[in-house]
Design a protein around this ligand. Structure first.
Ligand code: 1AL
Length: 392
């Protein structure tokens, strides 16, 4: 029996540098810095690239150890949250991959006071140099992944997936490699968890933002870019930082207009998001930044309210069985423009009250770089669930 990629790959990468993930400390970074672990772009190999330290590698690579111990680094998540799984990606590290790794986690109130540059001096850094404000040495942090052998970074074996079952919030990770070697990327799949107590009554927040705990829970097509990219920080860096579907193959070979001159573009693609907190959405932004020859013709937004159990059922049916109460239209169909920020406020939106989930349609296909859903948190009087759904 062949098993496909694990379900946790649908979640957000909480450690990615594009959402603020940082390496605070590494015992050794001789060949390549640990910061590479958190890059958003897939790893690459440049056969003829060498530095004064050795072969240029796109990942974290330490020296062949000639002293006791093993190498490790401390990572601060860009978005603190609950972790559902890891991908320790060894791409292109073949004769120099780390043969084994483990991952530990902590939830720290403050950032550890660290000021160490990556060590290229010939002396490995010691545990004492890592001053941990939690007063618990990082070597004693809880293991989310015990020591496991890794596979080398050939295309067929580079992904080392580790599912995690821990419902507690995590802020920092310690990645251990045994004894030394290289790892191309560490992807930390989870859901952001923010403290909602600091939000004032009637304050508008982007309820779907990754930093506020929004998460994509289903989609029809993600050929060129995953829909979760739409809820990332700031404006998209490029087309790869947005949601982009393949060209639909069921489009007519010659497009035509109907009797009223409206272009007939059958078919659509969709993506469903769970909001970080149920709320009443009053402003929407749909940004087609960078999508110029491939922006969607039009979009539509629907909403519903689901419990965690109802969401699980919908996910299991890949959203073919809709919510019991049905989807309601929040934003009726709107024409879109290329490379443009589209803003819709209350006069364009239908009154739907408090909701927990949103479905964005694009017709017939194309790319959207950002989706922002501004609203107030649900209260007992606005009629929504007071607790965010927590299962996928
Ligand atoms: N050819 C190599 O990759 N050699 C060494 N690594 C780098 N990056 O030069 C090594 O063996 O660890």
């Amino acid at each position: 029996m062949t098993s496909g990629p694990p379900d946790f790959l649908q979640f957000n990468n909480l450690a990615c540098e594009s959402v603020g993930g940082k390496v605070l400390f590494a015992t050794d970074e001789w060949f390549a810095p640990a910061g590479n672990l958190l890059k958003r772009e897939p790893p690459e190999f440049l056969a003829s690239a060498f530095t004064e330290f050795g072969k240029w590698m796109d990942g974290w690579e330490t020296r062949r150890k000639r002293i006791p111990g093993h190498d490790w680094c401390i990572i601060q998540l860009g978005v603190p949250g609950t972790i559902h799984g890891f991908d320790v990606d060894t791409s292109f590290f073949t004769g120099n991959y780390a043969p084994a790794a483990s991952i530990q986690a902590a939830c720290l109130d403050e950032t550890p006071a660290l000021a160490l540059e990556g060590d290229r001096t010939g002396m490995a850094a010691s545990e004492e140099q890592f001053e941990d404000v939690s007063k618990v040495k990082s070597e004693r942090w809880e293991f989310l992944v015990p020591i496991n052998e890794l596979k080398p970074g050939h295309a067929s074996s580079c992904h080392n997936y580790f599912p995690v079952t821990l419902s507690r919030r995590v802020t920092h990770l310690r990645l251990n490699m045994y004894p030394d070697g290289g790892i191309a990327r560490l992807r930390v799949y989870g859901v952001g968890q923010r403290d909602w107590s600091s939000i004032r009554l009637r304050e508008l927040v982007d309820l779907v933002a990754l930093t506020n705990g929004g998460v994509c829970v289903g989609y029809s097509n993600a050929h060129f870019g995953h829909p979760r990219n739409m809820i990332g920080l700031g404006r998209a860096a490029n087309m790869g930082d947005g949601w982009e579907t393949a060209r639909r193959l069921d489009r007519p070979w010659v497009l035509e207009t109907d009797s009223q001159g409206i272009l007939q573009v059958p078919g659509f693609e969709w993506a469903v998001f769970r909001l970080g907190h149920p709320g009443v959405i009053s402003q929407i932004e749909i940004d087609t930044n960078h999508f110029k020859g491939n922006f969607p013709d039009s979009c539509k937004v629907e909403v519903c309210s689901l419990t965690a159990e109802e969401e699980e059922q919908c996910c299991m049916s890949r959203w073919s069985s809709g919510p019991a109460g049905g989807w309601r239209i929040l934003l009726p169909p709107q024409k879109l423009k290329p490379h443009n920020r589209h803003f819709y406020s209350t006069d364009a939106l239908w009154n739907c009250g408090a909701v927990s989930h949103v479905r964005l349609f694009i017709a017939p296909d194309g790319g959207v770089s950002r989706l922002r859903l501004w609203g107030q948190l649900a209260t007992a009087s606005s009629g929504g669930h007071l607790k965010p759904a927590s299962k996928l």
